[in-house]
Unconditional design. Structure first.
Lengths: 261, 274
């Protein structure tokens, strides 16, 4: 059950298929890659003088138009280097697009690669607060969810030990528990559900479903096509920075498979 | 159903980056607190003496400098207080700017994954250095008591000195860390620059030994004025006059404004670069 005091939750309570929550208009992202790596002033100055500064412009996304609606589970597929991660980055505000516009009508919760930002010398407890702060939460928001994080990560006995003593599984569980501690409006999942043992995987997939019931919009990037077909209501196929197809996951996956043969 | 008219985030809405950064920083103030706490706590976590090192460190340096130089600079009255009052200023500056640089590069891996206000690493680095500076005032007081140096009432001026020093260091640190993103060599060059800069600032030697023809050069050194703002009220027992406050104020405000504008104007690029 959602509490009335949870402001974002009341927004989530009425999922609607027609309400846009992520809108991309003609989004292009251009990486400017120097042909040779220039790392010193001297080199830079010499080359700038000689006008030999050469750059390769690499378009990671080309004129992408995409609308994702509130409450959807949306999958993104494509080969390596197709621009999937770049797409997630412009949506999660990490990159500002070179061209076009990204508009968000809800708060984004990226699943921070599990445990990124943890400090090994600090205790689990201290790291929970630090990681929560990195995700944009404040003290009282973290106080409210702290106990449930510890329970979900199954680390009650170790929470005051420094995380350098944790096993990689404990590390990942704690990271996941922090990232999913609050019901997010938009959840971004980049191929990470493969961590932990079987029971933890089941737990996290249950959690995903419960978020969805509460109206969270979920964006999944995965190479696991079966999973995309199972979980998503719509899917998009990216190829070399261009959006090839958007729609029913089964058809998108089929088209993608045929193309790859 | 209509979508809300105003998006929470709009990549095309370019408010002044220098101003929107302030708003974001305010929103992330809990993170700021957490980062400062992490830096203070984690640094000494495995040492037995813990935070006491913040005090022992300048004390040790002071002790060595006193042993080496007090004979040379016999003219300087209560040399330990003289040197310590300059050393804490220098330590704040060099620690703060270095940590700002390292912090942004470290934060690079996070900036690739999640959105964070880019200035938060610089601001938290200076915040950590500020806490260390305040702690370092304790051994300074002790040294004054032990050496029988009277503690003048003029130390009440110190909050102003600290404010100006912090503003200058933050501006300088932001500029430096932005440069270090583009040219990794800056980090190495800066260490050499710092050493030279320290010896060009009257910290371990008295100002009187500076040859007159070099005095002009000293006056364009911002750290010369920053050290003065501390040493006058602590060591000389005199409130700095306008002749000392104005140059320090100009350096502080100038660097803070330019550093902030420069850093935030580039901040969209960092995630592409690191």
């Amino acid at each position: 059950m959602l509490t009335a005091s949870d402001l974002s939750a009341s927004v989530l309570a009425s999922p609607s298929a027609s309400e846009p929550i992520v809108v991309l208009e003609d989004v292009s992202v251009q990486y400017r890659v120097p042909k040779e790596r220039i790392g010193t002033f001297k080199e830079y100055a010499i080359r700038a003088l000689q006008r030999r500064l050469q750059f390769m412009n690499f378009l990671a996304l080309k004129d992408v138009n995409l609308t994702i609606y509130r409450g959807e589970v949306f999958g993104i597929i494509g080969n390596n280097g197709a621009g999937k991660s770049t797409l997630l980055k412009v949506i999660s505000r990490v990159l500002r697009p070179t061209k076009g516009r990204v508009a968000l009508y809800g708060k984004i919760a990226p699943l921070l690669e599990l445990g990124a930002g943890f400090h090994p010398e600090l205790s689990g407890r201290e790291n929970v607060y630090l990681n929560g702060a990195l995700l944009g939460y404040n003290q009282s928001e973290m106080d409210a969810v702290f106990e449930s994080i510890v329970d979900f990560a199954e680390l009650r006995d170790f929470i005051d030990a420094p995380v350098r003593t944790y096993s990689s599984g404990m590390y990942a569980r704690l990271g996941f528990a922090v990232a999913t501690a609050r019901v997010p409006e938009i959840l971004i999942v980049d191929e990470i559900l493969s961590v932990g043992d079987e029971s933890f995987q089941r737990k996290s997939s249950d959690l995903m479903q419960s978020f969805q019931k509460q109206g969270t919009t979920v964006l999944i990037v995965s190479h696991n096509l079966t999973k995309i077909q199972e979980m998503c209501q719509r899917a998009a196929w990216l190829s070399r920075g261009e959006l090839k197809m958007v729609g029913d996951p089964a058809r998108v996956v089929q088209a993608y498979r045929e193309n790859n043969q | 159903m209509t979508s809300p008219a105003k998006p929470i985030y709009d990549s095309a809405a370019h408010a002044l980056p220098a101003l929107s950064e302030l708003r974001e920083l305010r929103h992330y103030r809990f993170l700021l607190f957490q980062l400062i706490r992490r830096d203070l706590v984690a640094r000494y976590k495995r040492s037995i003496l813990g935070v006491a090192w913040t005090m022992l460190n300048p004390l040790g340096t002071m002790l060595i400098m006193t042993l080496v130089f007090s004979n040379l600079f016999k003219s300087v009255e209560s040399y330990p207080v003289y040197i310590l009052s300059g050393l804490i200023v220098w330590n704040f500056f060099s620690q703060g700017t270095n940590a700002a640089m390292v912090g942004l590069v470290w934060g690079g891996s996070l900036m690739q994954r999640i959105y964070l206000p880019r200035t938060i690493f610089g601001v938290s680095a200076i915040g950590t250095a500020l806490v260390n500076l305040l702690i370092a005032l304790i051994p300074l007081t002790l040294v004054m008591l032990i050496t029988g140096t009277p503690i003048p009432l003029t130390v009440l001026f110190l909050p102003v000195s600290i404010l100006l020093l912090t503003a200058f260091t933050l501006g300088f640190g932001l500029m430096l860390s932005a440069l270090a993103i583009y040219f990794p060599d800056v980090a190495e060059m800066y260490q050499i620059l710092l050493t030279a800069w320290m010896y060009l600032t009257p910290i371990i030697y008295p100002e009187e030994i500076i040859p007159e023809r070099f005095l002009g050069l000293y006056r364009v050194n911002p750290m010369y004025w920053m050290v003065k703002l501390f040493r006058l009220p602590i060591y000389n027992g005199r409130i700095p006059g306008m002749a000392e406050i104005l140059p320090a104020l100009a350096w502080a405000v100038g660097f803070l404004v330019i550093g902030w504008l420069f850093f935030t104007s580039k901040s969209d690029e960092y995630a592409y670069r690191v």
